[in-house]
Design a binder for this molecule. Structure first.
Ligand code: FPP
Length: 246
């Protein structure tokens, strides 16, 4: 029994963001090392990206590597970077066939030249696609993104291009690394952890949060549909009263 038929196509979120957590625990449960979990997690990436594109979701952001993940042991970091670059390289033709545009948010200056060049190549190969945007958050943290925006705004003020009084929510949003990408309506986190881990803090002010105990490698398209259905059943009030929405 699939849940896809219960989804209301007129009430889809435009942007879904995902914290893909639990790869390490999943691998350890199978008696394997953590890298095996990341490798297996790529299957869930593929499945969820396909499900989102087929539904007509316009933006899917995946938290692939945080700024804090650089503190992990170097063999795990190296394996994750190779996995990311190789997966992008291997999947590029599928992205192109499906009119998917690849974008990255995060501090690309942290990556090795090779990684950055490969990723930039794939980004430009898909830049004309106008179907779903698949956004990888890579060496990303929301604090980094907000501080980076504040520095840009401070420079505009210093250069007399912006008055302090004119700084507002739009100015901050427009100076974020993720500018141009609408805020997510739904954020999914797998693995049972109920925290945000420095992901899209500015953008999720009114985002619906969905937590599931499934570990990322176990998360399937049906689990994705379930999250969409739960989102569609929530009342989004944006600080107003229920009656005002009717
Ligand atoms: C968190 O699980 C997962 C990551 C830090 C990496 C996610 C990356 C992938 C699934 C590969 C992605 C590939 C592409 C192309 C997007 P964890 O290691 O923190 O798990 P744990 O909490 O059980 O230790």
């Amino acid at each position: 029994m699939t849940n896809i038929n219960i989804i209301d196509r007129n009430k889809l979120p435009q942007h879904v963001a995902v914290i893909m957590d639990g790869n390490g625990r999943w691998a350890q449960k199978q008696g394997k090392d953590r890298i095996y979990g990341h490798e297996y997690g790529v299957n869930s990436v593929r499945e969820v990206a396909r499900a989102a594109a087929e539904l007509g979701i316009k933006y899917l952001t995946l938290y692939a590597f945080s700024k804090e993940n650089w503190k992990r042991p170097s063999d795990e970091i190296n394996a994750l970077m190779s996995l990311l670059v190789n997966t992008i390289k291997n999947e590029i033709s599928i992205l192109i066939e499906n009119n998917i545009r690849l974008l990255v948010i995060g501090d690309m200056s942290d990556l090795t030249d090779d990684c950055r060049n490969e990723i930039n190549k794939s980004i430009s190969q898909t830049s004309a696609n106008n179907g779903m945007s698949l956004i990888l958050a890579l060496s990303y943290s929301a604090h980094w993104e907000i501080i980076d925006a504040v520095k840009k705004i401070a420079r505009l003020v210093k250069d007399n291009k912006l008055n302090i009084e004119d700084i507002n929510e739009n100015v901050l949003t427009e100076n974020l690394n993720s500018k141009g990408i609408p805020f997510p309506e739904l954020l999914i986190r797998t693995s049972g952890e109920k925290r945000i881990s420095n992901f899209l803090l500015w953008q999720i002010a009114y985002t619906e949060l969905y937590f599931t105990d499934k570990l990322w490698p176990e998360f399937s398209k049906e689990d994705f549909y379930k999250a969409i259905i739960e989102y569609q059943n929530r009342e989004r009030r944006f600080g107003m009263l229920s009656e005002q929405l009717k």
